[in-house]
Write a protein that binds this ligand. Structure first.
Ligand code: SF4
Length: 106
């Protein structure tokens, strides 16, 4: 286990004495991932946690406030399933007249 100086892993914000937060840290759901990251933000050992996760090339999960995917910190995780063959098209927006007579996009 990595050195934390005078701190202990038991001081971690996620060390709740049970595993009831675990699903947040290994979730596929963006809202739960964001919740896990928020827990990390207040953690007193966030930096050593992040450094050790990077050194171990964690395959997945939230560590040190970052989402890991196959050993690297990523901004977003790709959803499951095959990628789309074609990108989703944004709908064409029709200009409409505003009260001032200027054309606006609805
Ligand atoms: S930074 Fe996050 S994952 Fe790491 S010990 Fe703290 S709460 Fe847990």
């Amino acid at each position: 286990m990595e050195s934390l100086g005078t701190m202990e892993w038991t001081e971690a914000s996620c060390a709740t004495g049970g595993a009831y937060l675990l699903h947040l840290f290994f979730s596929e759901e963006p809202a739960e991932i964001a919740e896990a990251k928020a827990i990390c933000r207040g953690c007193p050992i966030r930096i050593p946690c992040l450094e050790s996760a990077s050194a171990r090339r964690e395959p997945w999960g939230v560590w040190g406030g970052e989402l890991f995917d196959r050993g690297v910190a990523v901004e977003f995780k790709r959803p499951r399933g095959r990628p789309r063959k074609r990108p989703i098209q944004e709908p064409e927006l029709e200009p409409v007249a505003s009260a001032s007579g200027e054309a606006e996009v609805a």
